[in-house]
Design a binder for this molecule. Sequence first.
Ligand code: LLP
Length: 430
Amino acid sequence: MHDFEYNASGELCCGALPLRAIAEEVGTPFYCYSLPTLKRHIRAFEEPLAGIDHQTCFAMKANSNMAVLALMAKEGLGADVVSGGELFRALKAGIPATKIVYSGVGKTTEEIDMAISSGIMMFNIESSEELSVINERAGVLGRKAPVSIRVNPDVDPQTHPYISTGLKKNKFGIDIEASVRQYQAASRMANIEIVGIDCHIGSQLTDIAPFIDAIERLKTLISDLRRLGIGFSYLDLGGGLGITYSTEQPPHPREYGAAVIEAVKGLDLKLVFEPGRVIVGNAGVLVTRVLYRKETAEKTFIIVDAGMNDLIRPALYNAWHEIVPLEKKSGPKERVDVVGPICESSDFLAKDRDLVRLGRGDLIAVMSAGAYGFTMASNYNSRPKPPEVLVDGERSCVVVRRQSYEDLVAGEVIPDEMFERGETRCSQVR
Ligand code: LLP
């Protein structure tokens, strides 16, 4: 359910605001998020878990603007971070360190130090070398580092191969067979405090079974560990719950919550969840304007002003996003490719899509773009990143402004000295 509907005059709105009006104000392309939808999604996820000891840590890789993060903080959510930059944002937006989990296979020494010093809830450990480095850094900093081991349970999440993470062949987590040894090693480390166990098997899951499979495997491991005298308080189940882009019918958070609660019965552990997409995916759209129609012998192309640098999901995963005109149109449909201005053949938003006739100047919305949209945007082709607008009823706020051309070159230098053009502006790298 979302908040993007046509009003009585046939204009697509976010809340009470026609998206056209926002386009006139901020230009195109732009991302637009609905605040009421975000709140509804947070609450829909939280409600089934109300009676149960848990902490939801929003996976901010899905959407990391400061306004969205501040909302998460206000709603009591923590954050799942995967970089120093994400940790910085989360803290700055007001998410308490004690509600932050740090995942990811490649944490640098600087990032580890920053997280230890901030006092995060826990690191999710992805390799034995990482564990040793965290132990060492905690020692240097005179602290104890709280850790969970991310176990790779080897279950098939049956999602796109690029976003499945819990299979043996994936780079993530520690093999379930090897994890007992890893826990034993951790328990001997002076500066490590074992606080939990973690798994995340993939993203955009549309079935509950793989989640439950993973929990069952972890349960066996947890009892093995308990027999060895290794106990802890958190069970982190990662994220991954899918959303409807077209015809998918993912489980409702209610069903997911109930199934998880049933599966973990008797374990007596505090649950941690790391949802991303399910909270923000359908709370946002990308609005773009048609620049040209181009008819070739083979195809009709609708060339728009948003490209793969703004929304890379179709190019990267062949992802399907619904496309609708901002002005409700009737009439016959034609089969078109909706493409961007980038010089790459993979720069498309839709391929072989049946859409009503669109022409120069028309505005369209790319739906379900609230997750992994802006966060994966780049400056490729020296295109400034689009603004992000948050809407609540009749009110709107540009929470991230459009980048300017000056923003694009900020931080760059021309090394005049090397070009023998005069004085240098280079800082020396030794
Ligand atoms: N926790 C961990 C450790 C993760 O790696 C991820 C996502 C999540 C939580 C959140 O998963 P979610 O609830 O959003 O499914 N760029 C891709 C998705 C990559 C997901 C990576 N990990 C896409 O656009 O589909």
